[in-house]
Design a protein around this ligand. Sequence first.
Ligand code: PMP
Length: 410
Amino acid sequence: MTQGTAPRRNPLAFVEAEVEELKAKHLYRPLRVMSAAQGPVTVVDGREVISLSSNDYLGLTHHPRLREAALRAIGEYGVGSGAVRTIAGTMTEHEALEAELAEFKGVEAVLTFQSGFTANTGVIPTITGEQDLIVSDALNHASIIDGMRLSKAPRKVFPHADVAALREILHEAAEKGRPDGSGPYRLILVVTDGVFSMDGDIAPLPGIVEAAEEVGAAVFIDDAHASGVLGRDGRGTVDHFGLKGRVDIQVGTMSKAMGVLGGYVASTQALRDFMTQRARPFLFSTSHPPADAAACREAIRVMQAEPWRIERLWASTKRFKAELTRLGFDTGRSETPITPVIVGDSEAAIRFSGRLFEEGVFATSVVFPTVALDQARLRTIVTAALSDEQLDRALEAFDRVGRELGVIAA
Ligand code: PMP
């Protein structure tokens, strides 16, 4: 074969065009780079800022007890596990973490995954197939959606938090059975976030559980933003509503309030056993470094030993929301520390975030397609680590910049 002299055509040229299009539509968001530890005050793109953007609800990312636990584990085991769990990557730290999580959550057994994302994409396709039906809230997280896409099960979506619509879908599915007339579904799985990550509202779990029980469906909750935030010592949405024993599968994350990284599925011993044989991210991706597992174990202890953190989280959340509302901002339907400040179009949200940043407040914008086109917003999260003085400074900046840009009346 002869080598041509013409310049090589770039087969990826369309990617540049895609990026240019995003920029032209003001939908492109450059990555902000932190050069200090996560915390109430951090350094982003070289500027010291008050951070309202992390999921570090309880301020555990930099907690001394978690650091020490991680360092101890590094001293003992090194930095990596070296294999997937099913080959040579299961260490005592992993097993101990799972036993402690199971006890904390009050369930039979827990299996950990590398992230909350992989927990969802691991468990959903493992337990559902063509003979099943998944019924999902319209605003469920991307990892649930991807988990459903990886499943052969048909799915139905109910309008966000609409228990009446869910009930109707469930009763029809239970009565009619599978669309090809081959009989009833093996499993009907109702899937919902516990706390919705963009709006900060809590799923109407008591109603969901009741509707599911009427037809013998299973309930699956993704508690990423409820872990460490809702329920006793942060046990989650099921504990918050007193629904112990009535929710079949709880997914949690260790990447947010627990301050480290990882996801888990809390359920029965049988489900844990089955996932160890079938869940693809578990089977085909290397397990956590032992230091991460050790830090997560310490996080569970700190959450119980320092209840002031969750109390502080909620007290600051209430104050921050009340002040934003008093200033005239639209914080949507939030009931939790996730507090959206809804601005409208994406350009306005990006500009608002940029001006706040100049004023020393880091509040990231969230735009389409993560939220609807006209629902662009700043997504703020108050953490237990923020002082009253830092919150006041942040609120002053919101007031000043909000009036300057016409987000609130001048
Ligand atoms: N589920 C929900 C509802 C989430 O908000 C997130 C994180 N954005 C995840 C799952 C994924 O968790 P992780 O960051 O641990 O992968």
